[in-house]
Ligand binder design. Structure first.
Ligand SMILES: NC(=O)c1ccc[n+]([C@@H]2O[C@H](COP(=O)([O-])OP(=O)(O)OC[C@H]3O[C@@H](n4cnc5c(N)ncnc54)[C@H](O)[C@@H]3O)[C@@H](O)[C@H]2O)c1
Length: 358
């Protein structure tokens, strides 16, 4: 049975979150587990080593020591410099997004690690470990979109007397899309919600979260984005590579200086011209359109994000440590005994990385 839980310091570019705050580590210790916390792991979120020590954690100096635990719980997928720590029998619990990361899938499978992904856990319903970060990323989308529109076409979301508001198109009205739409509506933009789920569209329309809705197909999306100032990408099919909803020619039809914030980029992106960017270098321009495709947006709000993530993760982490077959972690196992085992991830990786799934 699992006895030690490792909490590493995150090393992805610009990442300041930590997977567990001191209150969650206290719960771990109370449940009889040993918590190894890497020195400085919580600093980016305002949690000192002493805060963790006071609740019973053992502070360790190096990444190697923390990765020697039975189970490592972290925020972002292991970075290439961390792959050397992966080993047979180690349990890993983190955001993995393997459908968009064939090289990482291969590294995990070859290492023999048992890898559980936050983003595909489905118990008791929905995606409870993705939702808190989606909420934050969605709120951030409206802020970064508004910011980059200023440097692009110079359009203010809410307009002014005699000047129309900006047109915002949100692709995928799940958690991210809803929060992005609320943010943009809060700044008085015109917001069109696009989804394949008509019930969801009815709900967001009735609640006044969007000004109009559109069924997601190639034709409708083309008509919407040609006039858009800001497009937010937030379409997801759980575990799978994101559907490409906005094609390259549709991006080319947009006005110069308009903005795309593609948050679905962690699953490969739902805009054909999207490619991953980082918090330190978040945008690039293609076809005259500013693209913001940061894969770890909540990392720039580490205090809020770490507390929200920690609250969602801690009960499931204890479940996983006590019983890896628990129904409470259903859907999260992505890599086991040298193979990718999650059906949607397998389907997305087919062709990219055959040996991990055969
Ligand atoms: N970049 C970041 O930092 C960051 C942070 C959090 C979440 N995300 C990502 O944002 C994406 C959305 O997450 P979520 O929690 O909102 O998911 P969700 O499951 O709540 O919502 C996804 C929505 O997409 C819709 N959808 C599916 N196929 C579609 C299509 N072809 N056209 C239009 N809509 C379609 C679904 O019906 C659903 O309403 C995910 O890829 C998630 O990993 C990114």
């Amino acid at each position: 049975m699992t006895q030690t839980i490792g909490l590493p310091r995150e090393i992805k570019d610009g990442e300041r979150r930590v997977a567990l705050d001191p209150s969650a580590v206290k719960m771990l210790v109370h449940s009889g587990l040993v918590a190894l916390v890497e020195k400085g792991a919580g600093l980016g979120s305002g949690f000192k080593d002493q805060d963790y020590a006071l609740v019973g954690a053992r502070i360790v100096d190096t990444a190697a020591e923390v990765w020697s635990a039975d189970l490592v719980c972290k925020v972002k997928e292991p970075q290439p410099s961390e792959w050397a720590y992966l080993r047979p029998g180690l349990q890993l619990f983190a955001y993995l997004h393997l459908a968009a990361g064939p090289a990482l899938a291969e590294a995990l499978a070859n290492s023999g690690v048992e890898a559980y992904a936050f983003e595909t856990l489905t118990w008791p319903k929905g995606l409870p470990l993705l939702a808190p970060m989606s909420e934050i990323a969605g709120r951030a989308a409206a802020i970064v979109g508004a910011f980059h529109l200023a440097e692009g076409s110079g359009t203010l979301l809410g307009g002014a007397a005699g000047a129309p508001p900006a047109r915002v198109v949100v692709i995928g009205m799940g958690v991210v899309g809803t929060m992005a739409a609320r943010g943009a509506r809060g700044m008085d933009a015109e917001v069109t919600g696009v989804d394949v789920d008509l019930e969801r569209l009815l709900e967001v329309h009735e609640r006044g979260i969007v000004t109009s809705t559109l069924y997601s197909n190639h034709h409708n999306v083309g008509e919407a984005v040609v006039n858009a100032d800001l497009v937010v990408g937030a379409a997801l099919v759980t575990g799978a590579r994101a559907p490409v909803v906005v094609t390259k020619d549709q991006v080319e039809s947009m006005r110069p200086g308009s903005v795309i914030v593609d948050l679905a980029i962690d699953q490969g992106g739902c805009v054909e011209t999207s490619r991953p960017t980082s918090l330190s270098n978040p945008t690039y321009v293609e076809a005259g359109v500013i693209h913001y495709c940061v894969t770890n947006v909540p990392g720039q709000y580490p205090r809020t994000s770490s507390r929200a993530l920690s609250a969602a993760v801690i009960p499931r982490l204890i479940d996983l440590a006590k019983d890896p077959n628990s129904e409470r972690i259903a859907g999260s196992l992505n890599v086991s005994h040298g193979k990718v085992v999650h059906p949607a991830v397998i389907a997305s990786l087919r062709g990219d990385y055959q040996t991990a799934i055969d």
